[in-house]
Design a protein around this ligand. Structure first.
Ligand code: ADP
Ligand code: NI
Length: 217
């Protein structure tokens, strides 16, 4: 099968999987991740492009937050067989998509291929910046979390060093437990540069959010 046909089929598979998602894992997220990953690969001049593209397109199709992972993985392996992908390519894609996610930092030490590092950088970049902010509030709304829960520890001037473990779940908590840490977790130089801008924007956002929430007169 030609590469373009493989990519088209993978895109259709992905679109069927994500078509009605409103939890921050919609088709547009996957398309942005794919574009970012292609950009990083081209800028770094690294990685096998088809592996990067397929891993990007399929990266959330076995995510436990939106699918039953065992069934989803079996379906994906059947799909690989339909595409006649080589065993090596199948294995490298599966290794990437099973190990790239954040999982509270638990996957950070899993060694990923350069292709995996690029796709992980791209996925993490899409959790940052203006899009990252929007996805976080969409996720929180979808899963019934509030925007923010006031607590006594909170000091708006020192928001990066909070002991957030004791905070009840909220969209704003997610910035401390994950989003504001992502810039230090990028693998490639290209992603590090993009992450810095997106980080600064989120930091501004959180500060402004608190200024407005704790409005003083
Ligand atoms: P992906 O695997 O595509 O990186 P995740 O499944 O981790 O995405 O989350 C999807 C989106 O929702 C991301 O933007 C993420 O930061 C956000 N998100 C994840 N967990 C939470 C949470 N507990 N509260 C608010 N937003 C969250
Ligand atoms: Ni994703």
């Amino acid at each position: 099968m030609f590469e373009q046909d493989i990519l088209n089929k993978a895109n259709s598979y992905m679109e069927t999987f994500h078509y009605d998602d409103v939890s921050g894992h919609d088709i547009a997220h996957v398309n942005r991740v794919t574009k970012l990953a292609e950009y990083i690969a081209s800028n770094e001049q690294k990685g096998h492009l088809l592996t990067i593209q397929l891993a990007s397109i399929l990266h959330d199709t076995i995510d436990e937050k939106i699918a039953k992972p065992k069934e989803a993985k079996a379906r994906l392996i059947n799909f690989f067989a339909e595409l006649n992908l080589s065993q090596t390519l199948q294995e490298s894609i599966l290794h990437i998509i099973e190990n790239m996610s954040y999982k509270n930092g638990a996957n950070n030490n899993t060694k990923l291929s350069i292709e995996g590092q690029i796709v992980r950088d791209a996925d993490r970049l899409d959790a940052m910046g203006a899009i990252g902010i929007a996805r976080t509030f969409q996720f929180a709304g979808h899963f019934g979390e509030p925007m923010w829960v006031e607590n006594q520890d909170h000091n708006i001037m020192q928001e990066t060093n909070q002991n957030y473990n004791d905070w009840p779940p909220s969209a704003i908590k997610h910035f401390f437990e994950k989003l504001l840490k992502l810039k230090t977790l990028m693998h490639t130089k290209t992603a590090k540069n993009l992450a810095q801008q997106r980080h600064d924007y989120m930091q501004d956002f959180v500060q402004t959010f608190f200024k407005e929430w704790y409005f003083k007169y």
